[in-house]
Design a protein around this ligand. Structure first.
Ligand SMILES: *Cc1c(COP(=O)(O)O)cnc(C)c1O
Length: 371
């Protein structure tokens, strides 16, 4: 069996030896008592780098979003969210179940944004018939797509105008930040400082931001929630309520610190590798193999490529990929077609991309598959 090439998600990375060393050497204490120096360092450094007063280390991106919502919306209040957003669609309905917060979903536009005129029109009047509209949540990147900074500023202005809280699900904030540096002032690979400058610009319009350390940044576990001192102080209680108070968690926070210190600039490699993968898919689609004319390629968007596989070969291609040890997500067939998501990351590098394309090129049509 050849080595498995795993493009399902940037969450599959394993800690590097240097990261494991940082974890092993971390100074720890009981963080529920506020005694863990490594957690405190991570929280202070992250808040400073991203232009917030404070931040909170939490177990997951899902928990970061839930804490943000529960801290800033009361029972019976409403949050405007994207129909396709993670916080609405992929978090088990937590805001409704655990926060008694009513989600008001709006369809995302093709570029991942929410139409701000529609957002304004959706804010409910102050009337006892209605839930009070309290918060707008955006997501960046959204399906790998980068929301433009002027759009984020307009969204923030809208929130201030209507007295809404603005929350950003920035699970992949740093991917967005890298992409923003590349489209503006910087030629070549951006420096960590340039990436952080972009990240601050992305965060500036928002009252709160969540950020995953366990995706492209390569930490095994953990997310940050960023906000004002006052908001984070209240968030600590909500985290405790949700069972998210952790003890000698500096072991994990050390991985997060290492990730922010050493894995920021390499995100540009992930984007380059995703572009290389997208190019390879296009060449296969335009080539002479049985894949020719069967693939519709979208992206690369930051570190993601989406490939829709025609129903004529979709089932057979899934079997081929499984047999040759290449993993992507979206294997389920819809109307006989597959919409695959391929994500590049620390453990799926340029070599892995080339190897995956080589294995794809060996695809052969054959007898119909038995189900
Ligand atoms: C992954 C992700 C989350 C949740 O993170 P987990 O750590 O998996 O709970 C939230 N929002 C977005 C946009 C994500 O991609």
């Amino acid at each position: 069996m050849p080595t498995t090439l795993d493009f399902r998600s940037d969450t599959v990375t394993r800690p590097t030896p240097a990261m494991r060393l940082a974890m092993a050497q971390a100074e720890v204490g009981d963080d529920v008592f506020g005694d863990d120096p490594t957690v405190a360092q991570l929280q202070t450094e992250a808040a400073q780098s991203l232009g917030f007063e404070a931040s909170l280390y939490v177990s997951s991106g899902t928990q970061a979003n839930l804490i943000a919502l529960m801290t800033q919306c009361a029972r019976g209040e409403e949050a405007i969210v994207g129909q396709q957003s993670h916080a609405y669609r992929w978090e088990s309905g937590g805001m409704a179940v655990l926060g008694s917060i009513q989600p008001q979903p709006l369809e995302n536009q093709a570029d991942g944004t929410l139409d701000l005129d529609l957002v304004a029109a959706t804010i409910k009047p102050d009337d006892p018939h209605f839930a009070r509209t309290r918060l707008l949540a955006l997501e960046n990147t959204m399906g790998g797509k980068v929301l433009p900074i002027p759009y984020l500023q307009a969204a923030g202005d809208l929130c201030r105008h209507y007295g809404l809280i603005a929350h950003l699900d920035g699970a992949r904030l740093m991917n967005a930040a890298v992409a923003c540096t590349q489209t503006t002032d910087v030629a070549g690979t951006p420096s960590a400082e340039q990436i952080l400058r972009s990240a601050r610009a992305i965060c500036a319009p928002f009252d709160s931001v969540s950020l995953c350390l366990s995706k492209g940044l390569g930490a095994p576990i953990g997310s940050l929630l960023l906000g004002s001192q006052e908001m984070i102080a209240r968030a600590i209680r909500v985290r405790k309520m949700l069972g998210g108070g952790m003890r000698q968690v500096g072991l994990l926070a050390a991985a997060g610190r290492h990730a922010l210190a050493h894995h920021l600039t390499r995100l540009a490699d992930d984007h380059a590798n995703a572009a290389r993968l997208a190019q390879g898919f296009r060449e296969l689609n335009n080539g002479t193999s049985p894949l020719a004319g069967q693939l519709s390629v979208e992206g690369a968007h930051t570190n993601m490529v989406f490939v829709t596989v025609a129903s004529t070969i979709a089932a057979r291609l899934q079997q081929h990929l499984a047999a040759c040890g290449v993993l992507c997500s979206g294997a389920a067939l819809v109307d006989g077609r597959a919409r695959q998501r391929w994500v590049t990351h620390l453990d799926a590098d340029a070599k892995a991309v080339d190897e995956a394309l080589d294995r794809l090129a060996t695809f052969k049509l054959g007898a119909p598959l038995s189900p």
